[in-house]
Design a protein around this ligand. Structure first.
Ligand code: MCN
Length: 798
């Protein structure tokens, strides 16, 4: 393979920061999103949804609604059942401690018999216009006998709690564990001190700018179905929907995910609406379009996080971590979403070593059904939860031991020469240098000058705090063998098809999907750099199953490390074929042909052929050895990574708390991340900025709150606070690279690091600001009301 690890920056190549190619259309209003697509003769779907969290459907009377103007069709769960349509499947299977498989209730496309959360779809109305469909949906007479609901994990696991699914006793989906319990018990038996913490990882609503949308289209003449959908994952949607839900053979099902206005994880999954419009289009023989409204998104897009964890850390007299014991309850909501079981388990508990040499770790996870929207991966998925837990616990451990927060981290860091490092919880990290990222971040954030700044704030009556997190995450999901062993129902390799056109321009077809990450730019840089063609001559195509051989989509910061490596592999094949053509043209041995800077040269001579000439020869093959070489220059490669990639780093946050109001103001945020080789520094900085903004949102503002009856109280942007510009600060970003050792790029993922590293840095800063009040922990979000109450409870102000 190409040696990609030697830095050599050319214009538009690796390491350069050309402006994002895609921004021309986004900034000039020419983005083309699912809702911009209109098919001739299309009708509109609206879903009637349950307004109770739990209940038996007694009857649905569609008589009057059917007679309303413009109504084309009305379907209920009974129609879906009659048509033999399966439930939406889960992509992972987890086994409980006793070996029994997780309880996996089918998620029907439209509710059958029972509703299980507010937002559960009970009927689909199709009409000539959206308004007509809405009116008819409202006119449906839906009789639901309400049942007692469980809207949080404490209620769901209480004795005698109502069951969300009859076969999930105690509402437990699975009860899983990892690590060596005996070794951990032994570590605690010899501990000098034990640090303990209880943490609630707050439930989040994803809120991408573009709400979900889906259009089903059916061509009676060919029997072909097309689904246009806002998805990060078109091939996997085709696989799940075609094979499991609608039983449509893949060659008759095309899934197109055009421009997507942000996903943050919420658009990885296969949702019931996608299957519903695809099926309905064939029933009514017209395209059927559904566009989600914002309030509907709140109660139908998979939510994120929602873990409750108790953890204990055994410490030696010198501050060494001896053992870690963790117990987590994870809310899965009412049904299993596509990736849900993997989030609290393999994406979370396997990271419990963090950046530390803790020799013994044991973790238990109980996954719980509740009468709430399904919960699944949200930017970082499992890794923010573990990082928050660990980095808060390490601060508590420092306090327990009377040690400095930096010193205790340094005492326990995995040293650079210990890599590759085998953790006690399955993962083997390939590279990292935690001291380097820590030192650089402390310098950029002026950690050592903090106490003077705190004294200055005190003079103004403000409480100033500083906090850090030193994190590591696993991304580049995933080696197929590992994913398979961990319960994934598909391997997670990636595909690239590189087509060189006769005049030397290139189209790259990739199985990943860009929905804000800038792949059209960075992937073009990759190809341009390797082939020595101008960056502007490379075009990237993604998001259409009819154009791309296969793909596993974009999530888990996998696109560069896995998809980019597939690109390198395909380009290597192009170069190998180009060398054969060049050898033929220059009457030399293939072994003597070198390829560099867009030229094929006979080694040791000045004889060379430009890449464009070879491309033309490949397609217009006069004097071509047809017995040895097929015409064309078009190669496909599949890349299955050997391991995850392990980005890490240090984030430092500085805040000021107003003791009179409890308002937390961010003063400074610094992130130094190790993401291996960087393709486009500007895009990488943007990814870190975006991720940190999301982490700050979780730490200070966002919270999905259900009442006891299962109503989402924070179900609109009036009640659910997304971070706005004035909640943020200018974020200082640095990179400090150790190369990934197992992919040809040396690159690690960056898409989630900001959301993973930042929440504990913010809360550690808030707790530090409150140090004089004896506060040891603050659950997220650290709202003004919460902080004001803490301050007033600690020392009532008159
Ligand atoms: N990159 C780079 N050098 C590196 C690593 C990455 O130049 N060493 C570039 C990549 O080429 C790519 C971008 O940075 O252009 C992100 O790459 P990567 O880390 O591979 O992440 P993915 O492209 O797979 O994106 C997924 C990740 C996830 S999981 C979520 S969630 C997320 C995110 O990216 N959602 C986003 N970033 C988002 N950004 C936007 N604007 N919108 C979302 O919905």
């Amino acid at each position: 393979m190409n040696d990609m690890t030697q830095p050599h920056i050319v214009k538009g190549g690796i390491g350069d920061s050309p402006k994002r190619v895609e921004d021309r259309r986004f900034l000039s209003g020419r983005g083309h999103y699912t809702d911009d697509i209109n098919r001739p003769g299309q009708a509109y779907a609206v879903f009637r949804r349950s307004d109770v969290a739990h209940g038996n459907i007694r009857s649905i009377d569609a008589g009057a609604a059917r007679a309303m103007p413009g109504v084309v069709a009305i379907f209920t769960g009974e129609d879906i059942a009659k048509a033999g349509i399966g439930g939406v499947p889960c992509g992972w299977q987890i086994h409980s401690k006793d070996g029994s498989p997780m309880v996996e209730p089918p998620h029907p496309v439209l509710a059958q018999g029972k509703v299980r959360y507010v937002g559960d779809a009970v009927a689909m109305v199709i009409a000539e216009t959206v308004d007509q469909a809405k009116d008819a949906a409202e006119a449906l007479v839906v009789n639901i006998d309400p049942l007692p609901a469980v809207s949080n994990m404490v209620a769901a696991t209480a004795a005698g709690a109502p069951l969300v699914h009859d076969d999930a006793k105690g509402n437990v989906c699975f009860d899983w564990h990892i690590g060596d319990k005996d070794a951990v018990d032994a570590a605690f038996a010899k501990a000098f001190k034990v640090a303990k913490i209880d943490v609630v990882n707050n439930r989040l609503v994803p809120n991408p700018i573009e709400p979900r949308a889906a259009i089903g289209d059916f061509d009676q003449a060919t029997g072909e179905h097309t689904l246009y959908t806002t998805s990060q994952n078109p091939h996997v949607i085709r696989l799940l929907m075609g094979a499991f839900v609608l039983q449509i053979p893949e060659h008759k099902l095309r899934v197109v995910a055009p421009d997507v206005g942000g996903g943050f994880g919420a658009k990885i999954f296969h949702y019931i609406e996608e299957a519903a419009v695809t099926w309905a289009a064939a029933q009514v023989n017209r395209p059927v379009k559904w566009t989600c409204e914002r309030s509907e998104s709140f109660i139908t897009d998979a939510h994120g996080r929602d873990h409750i964890t108790h953890a204990e850390l055994a410490l030696a007299e010198d501050g060494a971590f001896l053992g870690l014991r963790v117990k987590t309850m994870a809310n899965l909501g009412a049904y299993l979403s596509t990736f849900a079981p993997s989030v609290p388990t393999y994406l979370s508990a396997t990271l419990l070593a963090g950046v530390y040499t803790t020799p013994a770790i044991y973790s238990e996870v109980k996954a719980i059904f509740t009468n709430t929207v399904p919960v699944d991966a949200y930017r970082g998925a499992g890794r923010p939860e573990t990082t928050f837990l660990l980095e808060r616990l390490v601060d508590v451990a420092a306090k327990t031991m009377g040690m400095d927060r930096v010193a205790i981290r340094r005492r326990n860091f995995i040293p650079p020469d210990a890599y590759p490092y085998q953790t006690p919880v399955a993962l083997q990290y390939d590279s990292g240098n935690h001291e380097a990222t820590l030192a650089r971040c402390m310098e950029l954030a002026d950690w050592n000058g903090f106490e003077a700044r705190r004294a200055e704030s005190a003079k103004r009556g403000k409480l100033r705090g500083i906090g850090m997190s030193t994190y590591l995450e696993a991304c580049g999901i995933a080696p197929s063998a590992v994913a398979g062993a961990l319960g994934a129902r598909a391997g997670l390799y990636e595909v690239a098809n590189v087509k060189v056109h006769p005049t030397g321009s290139v189209t790259l077809y990739t199985g990943t999907h860009s929905h804000g990450q800038g792949h059209e730019t960075t992937f073009a840089q990759l190809v341009a750099d390797q082939l020595g063609v101008p960056f502007e001559q490379v075009e990237i195509v993604h998001g259409d199953t009819s154009k791309i051989p296969f793909g596993m989509g974009t999530y888990g910061s996998r696109s560069l490390a896995v998809g980019g490596s597939a690109i390198v592999k395909a380009v290597d094949k192009i170069i190998a074929k180009g060398k054969k053509i060049a050898a033929h043209l220059m009457e030399a041995s293939v072994d003597d042909i070198e390829f560099k800077d867009g030229k094929f040269t006979v080694a040791g001579t000045d004889k060379s052929k430009a890449f464009g000439e070879i491309a033309l020869t490949a397609y217009v093959p006069h004097n071509y050895p047809h017995d040895e070489l097929e015409p064309g220059l078009d190669e496909t490669a599949f890349y299955d990574p050997k391991n995850f990639t392990f980005p890490g780093g240090c984030h430092i946050c500085e805040v000021e708390v107003d003791p009179d109001t409890g308002v937390v103001t961010l003063l400074n945020f610094t992130a130094v991340d190790d993401i291996g080789r960087v393709i486009n520094p500007m895009i990488v900085h943007g990814q870190v900025h975006g991720g940190v903004a999301q982490g700050i949102g979780q730490a200070l503002l966002e919270h999905a709150i259900y009442d006891e009856a299962g109503q989402l109280l924070s179900g609109s942007l009036m009640d659910y606070t997304m971070p706005r510009a004035d909640n943020l600060v200018s974020i200082h970003v640095g990179t400090e690279s150790t190369m990934c050792t197992h992919n040809p790029l040396g690159a690690k993922g960056v898409g989630e690091v900001g959301a993973i590293g930042s929440p504990p840095a913010v809360i550690n800063a808030v707790v530090d600001a409150l140090r004089d009040y004896g506060v040891t922990h603050v659950d997220m979000p650290a709202t003004a009301q919460k902080i004001w109450s803490i301050i007033n409870a600690a020392s009532p102000r008159m």
